[in-house]
Each structure stands twice: as structure tokens, then as C-alpha cells.
Design a protein around this ligand. Structure first.
Ligand code: B12
Ligand code: SF4
Length: 529
């Protein structure tokens, strides 16, 4: 079979993995990357979308591949766009088969399949299911009885097959096929995205994992071996010496302490790149921080979300403030740049809860507080409290299921004026000494921030990243972000104006990559240039 995957805005691990699997099984794989600049949150939504928009070029490129089947990954933010593209593809080529998978498809499969443009939907893991489906199609066999697959019959009826058991041995999978993105935008390769596990041992009431856990009937967490992860990285660095830092997208990287101890032994010797992880404060003991420090961890992100005990119960967060204190202190003692995530807009919370949080954070001194506005994801328990509190309503819940989130940059409905001043304050924490912040909050001086509300700057989002490189000496992550934007804009000129080589040349000059990146391009003859 000939399959064309479509991705948008950023690289996509799930699609990179499926591309590697299909290629290994002898299928022909194409990939079309839509830069999606208008969805990047960098410009006001109404600012000349005609210029930024690349839908037409993307549709033509997909059709030009001549693929038999097109595959989209659905996340809440890519769903409505994928529907638009799929509908246009179908209107130009009704024989083209279209399949979707991913978190949003798994969360609300019936809502997704209501859109007649999709022929198949993959629930949960696609690794085995998609291969079996393609094999059945190749052999003209039955495509309607494959585990995980929902299939549309010619009558319009949908056949829903049961979910197959989760893959236990993730080492059996191939490595992510990074070339599908790096060949188009080599700048993406500076920060290498990967993971070492699937699943989470927790079940927080606002998290996308809740509906996934409901599909599988329990919590789960399956892991790759340390050697398999190091093998992947050794091969990747050989192919792309431009990799400078690694981001592990595991939900709770430190959940298994034996695994972590082995990783701390092997990673520095075999790979030795700085890396970033995400974890839960309960899972960071002193020994954990020691292992992370030994392994060369540069950056840890942990959810703390609130310091209000009632809210913790509502969010099904099991950590205590003491856990958070211990985690932050131990990590900082290892010289690790420590970021805590905080949620604004939790039902029932008031200004006092934010003041308490600021005082607490000032006392434990993380490097960055990343504030987010609560997003009510479909299928999560928090919807109930949101509806009860009046902060959320059924109409918006239905709209979210259909991929319409009513806010800038995926901010969620907590983005109401009262919270914006706090959003700014939490963001400024990076550059204001914690003791000064503590003093300002106890004197209630911070409340003057509210006058800044009319000039609320979305660009504050960038502040922690800039500060991180300027004052934190933690340069890789911010530089990777700049590289990513450079690559995205440069790629956009090629995608949007395919027949204007002068523009491509201008973009190459204006968005000049770093010297080392240029040397690498020259050495490898990267096709993007
Ligand atoms: C890595 C990651 C990123 C990376 C890379 C993107 C990516 N998805 O790989 C980066 C940092 C760029 C990123 C960005 C964003 N992300 Co993100 N990301 C993740 C994360 C942590 C891991 C994804 C992953 O690698 N999984 C491992 C792979 C192997 O699994 P998978 O993608 O699910 O794919 C498997 C199956 O789902 C299935 N499958 C998937 N697609 C398809 C397609 C077909 C055709 C088939 C047959 C099967 C299939 O088969 C795959 C193999 O088994 C997830 C959380 C999670 N654990 O899922 C959030 C997550 C997907 N991200 C999310 C969001 C919101 C975003 C952003 C909007 C954040 C922001 N505010 O900017 C952006 C949007 C990016 C975009 N392109 O639009 C949300 C989506 C919420 C939802 N309910 O839809 C999640 C669930 C996190 C969350 N907090 O809720 N993300
Ligand atoms: S710890 Fe993180 S990934 Fe796990 S359920 Fe809670 S929010 Fe989701």
C-alpha cells in the first residue's frame, strides 16, 4: 500500500513511528508537513490568514503523492483542521481512503466518525492495528474485523472492533523515523524529541490520560529498556550531529527507580547529551535527583498545579506541598533547572489561592513557574466540576469534542481577566528574585499588576525561555526553540510559494541557521537546502 501521512506545525512522534513501521513492512510512505503558521499562536487569529494559510498547497501535495490512503493524527487542536483538509481531499478524489488515530480520535471516536470524510479510525495504539489493516487491504481481505479499528461500511454504518491488549515489549518497535521532518526542516533536529515509556501511573482529573485509561480499563505504563533508548540515540546522533539536546516526553520519567539508576550509569557514557524530562513531585526523592544529576539532566518539569488541598482532591493530585518542596530543593541542589506547572482557573479557587501559591513558590524557589489556564479536555472528570461551578457549559463541551477550543494558544476557559494578572506574575517569577516576590505579595503590591491587564502581552509566554538562556545559563532549550521557529518560517516560504526560488533564497539568508548547523548541512548535503 502507498500511505501519505499528514502532520502540522511540529514534528510528531506517533507518525514518525508509524512511518518507520510501515516502511519496514515494505509499504510506500510519503509525508506532507503543513507549517500551520496561523495556528502557532504567534499572530492574532484575524491577521491576514490568507497569506499564512497553506491548506491549498498541502492538499495539492497530498494528492500529488498518488497515495491510496492518507493518515492524520488527531489531537484536539488539529482535529477541525484535519476535517477541513479531509473533506476537500474527498471532494477531489472520492476513492482516496482516509484514516485517523491519536489521542482525540481515541477519546471521542463517535464524534470523529460523524464526519463522513473518515473511512477508518484507530483506537489507542496503532503499531499493530495499522499494519494489519494495510495487509488486509493489500490482500483484498476483510478490513472490518481488525482489533482497534473502527471501519465505515459502504452503507455508512460503522463497525467498531474491540481494543487489543497494549504492547508490552516496546523494544520490538523500530526507532522514530526522524527524517520525515528533519529532511524538510533540519533546524528541528537541534532538540531531539523522544520517549522511553507509554502511559502514566496517575490519573489526574484534568488529564488526557483519563479517557485513554477508560478505553483500556486501567492505568498502565510500559517501558523501553535503557539499552534500547541509548541505541536509538547513538544512531540518531550519528545521522544528525546537529542534535544538541534531548527532550523525553514520558509523563513520569522517574517512575521506576531501578530503571533510572541504570539509565544514570549508561546515558553519560553512551550518549552524554543534556536532556529534559517531565515527572511528578512524588516521584522525586533525593536519590532520584542524584541519579538525574549524575545522568546529566539539565531540565525538569513537574506539575504542582495548586497549593489548595481541596483543589488537589478535585484534580486527583496525590502530592503534598512537602513533596513539592523536597522535589524542587533536591533538583536545584543538583544544579537542575526546575520548572513547576501551575493551573489557573480551577473551579472554586480565588485570588487568595494564587497568593498562597506565590508565597509557597517564593519559599521553595523553582527556576520557572509555568502558568496554564485550565483546559476542559473531553472525557475527563474535571468537566463535571466545571459544569457544576458554571465555569464550563455543555455547549462548549460539545464544541471541544469537535476540536473547537475557544481561546488563544490553547489557554482553556480559565483565561478570564481576573487570572491574567496572575498569569503575568507567575511568568515574571523567573526574572524577579523570589524574596522580592514574597515581599510584594505580603504587602499586596502585586495587585497593581491588574492595571496591566488591557496591555496583557501574550509574548510573556516567551519570557521564561529568554530569561532561561540569559540568566540561567541553560541555553539549549531556548536556542532549540529559536531554531525550530527559524526552520518553520523558512519551510513555510517553500511550502507557501513553491515556485519562487528567490523567496526561498531570501528566507535562507534572513533565517540563517547557526554556523554548526550550516557546517552540518554542507557535510550531509541535507535535501532541505
Ligand atoms: C511529544 C508530545 C508533543 C511534542 C511532539 C508532538 C507529538 N505529539 O509527537 C510537541 C512538544 C511538539 C507537542 C506539541 C503540542 N502538543 Co503535545 N504531546 C506530546 C506527548 C507528551 C507525547 C506524544 C507521543 O509522543 N506519544 C507517543 C506516540 C508513539 O504515541 P501517539 O502519538 O499517541 O501515537 C500512537 C497512537 O495514538 C496511534 N496513532 C497516532 N496517530 C495516528 C494516526 C494514524 C493514521 C493511525 C492509524 C494511528 C495513530 O498510533 C501511534 C503508535 O501507537 C502527548 C501526551 C501523550 N502521551 O500522548 C502530548 C499531547 C498529544 N500534546 C497535546 C497538546 C495540546 C499539544 C500542543 C497543542 C501544546 C501547545 N499548547 O502548544 C502542541 C501542538 C502540536 C501540534 N502539532 O499541533 C495534548 C493533546 C490533547 C488532546 N486531548 O488532544 C497531549 C495529549 C498532552 C496533554 N497535555 O493533554 N506535543
Ligand atoms: S501525572 Fe501528569 S500525565 Fe499522569 S495523569 Fe497526572 S497530569 Fe496526566
Amino acid at each position: 500500500m502507498h500511505v501519505c501521512f499528514v502532520t502540522r506545525l511540529t514534528e510528531h512522534l506517533g507518525i514518525q513511528l508509524l512511518a518507520a513501521l510501515l516502511d519496514g513492512a515494505g509499504h510506500r510512505v510519503d509525508h506532507v508537513f503543513d507549517p500551520g503558521l496561523e495556528s502557532a499562536g504567534l499572530f492574532p487569529a484575524d491577521w491576514n490568514p490568507g497569506l499564512l494559510n497553506t491548506d491549498e498547497q498541502t492538499i495539492q501535495m497530498i494528492l500529488d503523492t498518488g497515495a491510496d490512503m492518507v493518515g492524520f493524527n488527531l489531537e484536539i487542536n488539529t482535529f477541525s483542521w484535519s476535517v477541513e483538509i479531509a473533506q476537500k481531499l474527498k471532494s477531489r478524489n472520492p476513492d482516496l481512503k482516509i484514516i485517523v488515530g491519536g489521542v482525540h480520535a481515541t477519546t471521542v471516536p463517535d464524534v470523529v466518525m460523524e464526519f463522513g470524510c473518515f473511512d477508518f479510525l484507530c483506537m489507542g495504539e496503532g503499531d499493530v492495528a495499522f499494519l494489519e489493516l494495510l495487509e488486509a487491504m493489500d490482500k483484498n481481505g476483510d478490513t472490518t474485523s481488525i482489533g482497534n479499528i473502527h471501519a465505515r461500511l459502504p452503507s455508512g454504518e460503522i463497525v467498531k472492533n474491540p481494543v487489543r491488549t497494549l504492547l508490552k515489549n516496546l523494544d520490538d518497535l523500530p526507532f522514530f523515523d526522524k527524517s520525515i521532518h528533519y529532511d524538510l526542516a533540519p533546524e528541528f533536529s537541534r532538540e531531539y524529541h523522544t520517549n522511553t515509556s507509554r502511559g502514566c501511573v496517575y490519573s489526574c482529573s484534568f488529564c488526557f490520560y483519563q479517557p485513554i485509561q477508560k478505553v483500556y480499563g486501567s492505568r498502565f505504563r510500559n517501558m523501553r529498556s535503557v539499552d534500547n533508548v541509548c541505541d536509538e540515540m547513538e544512531a540518531a546522533v550519528k545521522a544528525w550531529p546537529s542534535i544538541k539536546t534531548v527532550t523525553f516526553h514520558d509523563e513520569v520519567f522517574t517512575a521506576n527507580s531501578r530503571w533510572l539508576a541504570e539509565f544514570a550509569d549508561k546515558w553519560p557514557a553512551r550518549v552524554g547529551l543534556p536532556f529534559s524530562i517531565i515527572t511528578h513531585p512524588e516521584l522525586v526523592k533525593e536519590e532520584t535527583a542524584h541519579h538525574l544529576g549524575k545522568a546529566g539532566c539539565a531540565h525538569v518539569i513537574m506539575g504542582t498545579q495548586t497549593v489548595n488541598e481541596k483543589s488537589r482532591d478535585m484534580l486527583a493530585r496525590t502530592e503534598t506541598s512537602e513533596d513539592v518542596r523536597r522535589a524542587v530543593t533536591s533538583l536545584r541542589a543538583q544544579g537542575i533547572w526546575t520548572v513547576v506547572d501551575h493551573i489557573l482557573g480551577i473551579p472554586g479557587e480565588t485570588d487568595k489561592d494564587q497568593d498562597d501559591a506565590l508565597l509557597f513558590y517564593s519559599s521553595i524557589k523553582p527556576n520557572v513557574i509555568k502558568a496554564f489556564f485550565l483546559t476542559y479536555l473531553p472525557g475527563t472528570d474535571i468537566n463535571e466540576q466545571g459544569l457544576e461551578s458554571g465555569m464550563w457549559d455543555l455547549e462548549r463541551l460539545k464544541a471541544a469534542e469537535r476540536g473547537h477550543i475557544d481561546s488563544w494558544l490553547f489557554k482553556g476557559v480559565g483565561d478570564i481577566p481576573e487570572w491574567r494578572a496572575y498569569y503575568q506574575l507567575f511568568t515574571l517569577f523567573t526574572v524577579v528574585p523570589p524574596d522580592l516576590m514574597h515581599w510584594a505579595v505580603t504587602k499586596k503590591l502585586h495587585r497593581v499588576m491588574k492595571v496591566l491587564d488591557p496591555v496583557f502581552l501574550p509574548s510573556l509566554f516567551l519570557l521564561p525561555r529568554v530569561a532561561q538562556s540569559l540568566i540561567g545559563g541553560e541555553e539549549e532549550q531556548p536556542r532549540s526553540y529559536v531554531n525550530y521557529l527559524q526552520g518553520l518560517f523558512r519551510y513555510w516560504t517553500k511550502h507557501r510559494f513553491p515556485d519562487q526560488p528567490q523567496l526561498h533564497k531570501a528566507a535562507r539568508t534572513l533565517l540563517r541557521p547557526s554556523k554548526e548547523m550550516r557546517t552540518w548541512h554542507a557535510a550531509t548535503g541535507s535535501p532541505a537546502w
